[in-house]
Design a protein around this ligand. Structure first.
Ligand code: FAD
Length: 466
């Protein structure tokens, strides 16, 4: 849409009068603030940002974008580093005002607004001793994380986030609002569970809540190791992690220890290996369960402690505030080969910044009980979801961050399954997106043809209908 075009302005004026929320445009005082997303590298100028307050607003925006051929972006938490929730010249459906969470304890169901972040959900569910499986950071959006699949601290015990999704309210490309569930639009419901934002705008999610901890308490936290022990730690992790009981989740990372509390000064600013544990099981078995956290090597810091789930899920939020420069890439891995370990140690031991890191999250246990074709998330057979992340606060270092990530990823990729988690893709080509949807791509394309034949929802890791 041409910003200087008078009719464009008139059309947007009409949209503004139809909305119950605000339409923020270039020149408005709030414009520069609301167009920002989590990744500070993303500096894009949409034609307007619609701060939707209800599903009717979302319908108005979808109708406007379709009828006037305006590119349409959908912003959930705005947290995805790819920056796909905003675009130059696009109309942005901003869901941040759809932030309601309603918990029904008698049925253990949790209804979540399409613009919520996980912190909203954690705060509401913990009051009822419940959890909805999410990721490892509580300021990520529910929308993007869920539509991509969702791996986190409860993956081994409760499955992916999508395995707890009961239904979704969706605005489709033709402007209709439907419920997707096993009995209503089942193909759409299948595609929403792992197919990303390709199929419509989810204004509300309904999840199954699960009891968490005993009296709300879990045991969780990091155990750090010297880099000199990292090679052996990788071997221990690849052999032992799959054998662990499901109520014990652990992911492996290569990180630089932040300078400050609660870390001992001798570890500050040092690149180390870490295991981050989460035990969500009976307390009378906690000593036996956590014995394995002492099994390997010589921990430089062991901090597995009793806590409530929201404290664990927000543990990394302060280290990664909004506005930093982010570049990342990921892949799924069936095995952690010796070659892969050598690549990790070579690249991760000299990160471009203290916030740069590599994580390997398990996707076995309950996540692997579900067949890979039962939802759009194709890589349930893989054992680990890996991500390489370069982060810094200095915008001038953006090229260096991207170069490190790409080089590390290129060296590691031959040891992967060939596809990556859709939520960890960056600016990657179509064949890479295709590989990431794996064996489910053809069916996803069919569902796309049925629900969005003109590809109105294309600002995402896109599945073109043809
Ligand atoms: C610090 C950090 C930690 C993370 N940890 C994890 C983790 O542990 N596990 C994990 O699985 N992922 C994790 N992620 C990745 C995360 O799942 C993605 O970044 C996800 O896309 C964030 O969701 P969002 O709603 O904030 O995204 P946005 O940036 O708002 O959107 C991303 C995509 O989803 C679409 N979208 C978002 N909401 C909706 C909606 N309601 N309806 C339709 N389309 C929608 C957008 O159009 C866009 O294409 C992490 C990300 C970060 C930055």
């Amino acid at each position: 849409m041409d910003l200087t075009d008078r009719s464009s302005h008139t059309m947007l004026d009409e949209l503004a009068t139809r909305l119950h929320g605000e339409l923020v445009r270039p020149g408005d005082a709030a414009y520069d603030e609301v167009r920002k997303v989590y990744n500070g590298m993303v500096d894009l100028h949409p034609v307007a940002i619609a701060e939707c307050v209800d599903a009717a607003d979302v319908v108005s925006c979808v109708d406007h974008a379709r009828d006037h051929a305006v590119p349409l972006a959908v912003r959930g938490g705005g947290h995805n580093p790819s920056g796909l929730s905003v675009a130059d010249g696009a109309l942005v459906i901003d869901l941040r005002r759809l932030r309601q969470v309603a918990v029904e304890p008698s049925t253990r169901t949790v209804r979540v607004g399409g613009g919520c972040i996980w912190k909203d959900v954690d705060a509401a569910t913990v009051e009822h001793g419940l959890v909805v499986p999410s990721g490892i950071a509580s300021d990520t959006g529910v929308g993007g994380l869920t539509l991509g699949g969702g791996t986190g601290y409860h993956t081994r015990l409760l499955g992916l986030t999508i395995d707890s999704l009961l239904s979704a309210e969706v605005v489709l490309s033709d402007g209709s609002a439907v419920t997707a569930s096993p009995s209503s639009h089942p193909d759409l419901f299948w595609a929403l569970r792992g197919g990303g934002g390709n199929f419509g705008v989810v204004t509300s999610f309904e999840f199954r809540g699960h009891p968490v901890g005993e009296h709300g308490t879990i045991y969780a936290g990091p155990v750090f190791y010297e880099l000199s022990e990292a090679a052996e730690l990788f071997v221990w992790f690849r052999d032992r992690q799959p054998e662990l009981p499901r109520d014990l989740n652990v992911w492996l990372g290569l990180v630089t220890v932040p300078g400050g509390d609660p870390f001992p000064p001798e570890l500050w600013d040092r690149t180390m290996a870490v295991l981050v544990w989460c035990y969500d099981g009976p307390h009378d078995k906690v000593e036996v369960a956590l014995a394995v956290t002492h099994e390997f090597g010589h921990p430089a810091m062991h901090a597995v402690l009793p806590m409530r789930f929201p404290d664990l899920n927000s543990m990394f939020d302060a280290i990664y505030p909004p506005g930093l420069q982010w570049y990342w890439r990921g892949d799924f891995f069936d095995e952690i080969s010796d070659d892969a370990i050598a690549v990790h140690l070579h690249h991760a031991s000299s990160p471009p910044s203290s916030r740069s890191t590599m994580h390997l999250y398990p996707i076995d246990g309950a996540a692997a009980d579900v067949a890979p074709e039962a939802t759009a998330f194709a890589y349930r057979g893989s054992s680990w979801n890996g991500v390489i992340v370069a982060v810094d606060d200095d915008p001038s270092r953006a090229p260096e961050l991207a170069a490190w990530t790409k080089e590390y990823w290129a060296a590691l990729h031959p040891t992967s399954t060939g596809g990556g988690y859709v939520n960890y893709l960056m600016d990657e080509p179509e064949d890479r997106v295709r590989a990431s949807f794996g064996a489910n791509y053809a069916r996803l394309q069919e569902v796309k043809r049925a629900y969005d034949p003109d590809n109105l929802f294309h600002l995402n890791q896109n599945i073109p209908p043809t």
